[in-house]
Design a protein around this ligand. Structure first.
Ligand code: ZN
Length: 465
């Protein structure tokens, strides 16, 4: 597989550190607000990369952190007269809801919280001080960017130009204006942790370096995020990690392009700012996921109602094909494959190859989606009620396999009221016969499809959740 590495500005063959395994770290949300469409892009894109690796047989470890201590959380907690922890809990819960809608976490994603790694952060910072790469002044600790040998290598910025262009703040206690905070002294009323430098809390950049190292190791395969994080965030992560360990921090750096809304930069002041929850009011979030994958991840992408409507129609075509194949599966008969049917299966497999080729070319999901539409077109013209069941099954399996890699076509048909009542009756009958195993099974089956049962004096009541 080829991946475009921001470090080298080239597409490179992906070679994992350990054969058959991939470690990935993606900078996650600061949990002080609902996430918006721009936040969703890296999450969806790199979740798809993870799925593709898993599909190709890799054992993937994927970390997406929560930044749950930060100025923004502190300010929000003060405004609402509540605790930072309460703010974090609220927005982590909201995030998980959005993540479920976007079909992000049906694999094992590791979601560490920064505040769970404070001790490791303190040790990491002490290590940098011991190496002479960081210094403490009056309860704050700063990283000395001149100690990072290759500072600027990711963002291709020149350190001397950065230093001469930097704004010098009044009362600056830093040795150099580009030095950044590893540890911040607690102001009155702020949450804090004990440290060798006094009460305080970690800076943002150190969090990612420490969680990546603690969970995935000193060198990881892939570090990803939005291109707006290249500088200074990712540059500073590299500086800290590589200065401490003397080893490369990540072998491949992947960055996704930005989102515009109606061809303008998304911003609150423009009034074109969409949270995932806003989008969910109008569309199934699978449509948003499909939209975010419809362009190559490094290209800018424009979000508009028109494009979303168009995407929704495209997704509907895929669902129709799925439903049609399900219908045909029930109708068709198994028989020995003849030559022509073998050819149809070969052609179906060719579309699968095109899909894989697209994905292996720097995760070109636009090409991969085009291959799925070609497959569906082929299915529609070559498979019908007279088709051999083996052929129909092959078409269905391949369609669902490729859709699964993109994390789409995952919605179950909505369960009909008639079906619910039938199942409730069956359950009541089972309970009468003291077959509690079956009764529980039916209740769980309904729960999986969003129906909750309640046993009342007037009989069983049900509701959708
Ligand atoms: Zn980060």
């Amino acid at each position: 597989m080829k991946l475009y590495n921001t470090l080298t500005r080239r597409k490179e063959e992906f070679i994992p550190i350990e054969q058959g395994k991939v470690s990935m770290y993606n900078c996650g949300p600061t949990v002080y607000n609902y996430i918006h469409v721009g936040n969703a892009r890296p999450l969806v894109v790199f979740d798809t990369l993870r799925r593709f690796f898993a599909y190709r047989g890799y054992d993937v470890r994927f970390v997406v952190n929560f930044t749950d201590i930060d100025d923004k959380l502190i300010n929000k907690a003060n405004d609402e007269k509540t605790t930072v922890k309460a703010i974090a809990e609220r927005y982590i819960e909201a995030f998980m809801e959005d993540a479920n809608g976007l079909n992000l976490y049906d694999y094992k994603t590791i979601n560490p919280r920064a505040t769970e790694y404070i001790q490791e952060m303190i040790e990491f910072i002490q290590g940098l001080i011991d190496k002479g790469a960081a210094y403490a002044i009056d309860g704050n600790v700063y990283f000395n960017i001149h100690s990072a040998k290759e500072y600027g290598k990711l963002s291709k910025k020149n350190i001397d130009e950065l230093v001469s262009g930097a704004r010098i703040e009044i009362n600056e206690e830093k040795q150099n204006p580009m030095d950044f905070a590893l540890w911040k002294k607690a102001k009155p009323g702020e949450p804090y942790w004990d440290s060798p430098w006094g009460n305080g809390r970690p800076g943002w950049h150190i969090e990612c370096s420490v969680m990546a190292k603690s969970i995935l190791g000193e060198t990881i395969d892939i570090h990803s995020g939005g291109e707006d994080l290249q500088f200074p965030h990712h540059e500073n992560e590299i500086a800290q990690s590589e200065t401490l360990t003397g080893k490369p921090f990540a072998n491949y750096w992947l960055h996704n392009g930005m989102i515009t809304v109606d061809n303008k930069k998304m911003s609150k002041s423009e009034g074109n700012f969409f949270t995932i929850k806003d989008v969910a009011q109008e569309y199934d979030l699978e449509v948003l996921r499909f939209f975010l994958l419809s362009s190559h991840y490094r290209s800018p992408i424009n979000f508009s109602r028109e494009v979303m409507d168009h995407t929704e129609k495209g997704l509907e075509r895929l669902y129709n094909s799925k439903k049609n194949l399900e219908y045909l599966l029930e109708k068709a008969d198994d028989r020995e494959l003849n030559e022509e049917e073998n050819k149809i299966i070969d052609n179906i497999l060719k579309h699968k190859e095109h899909f894989i080729q697209g994905m292996e070319d720097d995760l070109n999901t636009a090409d991969a989606i085009a291959a799925i539409f070609e497959l569906v077109k082929y299915i529609n013209t070559n498979i019908d009620e007279d088709s051999n069941r083996i052929v129909v099954k092959k078409a269905y399996d391949i369609l669902m396999e490729l859709a699964g890699v993109l994390g789409i076509l995952s919605n179950e048909e909505e369960i009909l009221e008639e079906e619910i009542l039938e199942l409730i009756e069956k359950r009541t009958e089972a309970r009468k016969n003291k077959d509690y195993g079956l009764a529980d099974e039916i209740r769980d089956k309904l729960k999986d499809r969003g129906i909750v049962l309640e046993d009342t004096q007037d009989g069983v009541k049900w509701k959708r959740v």
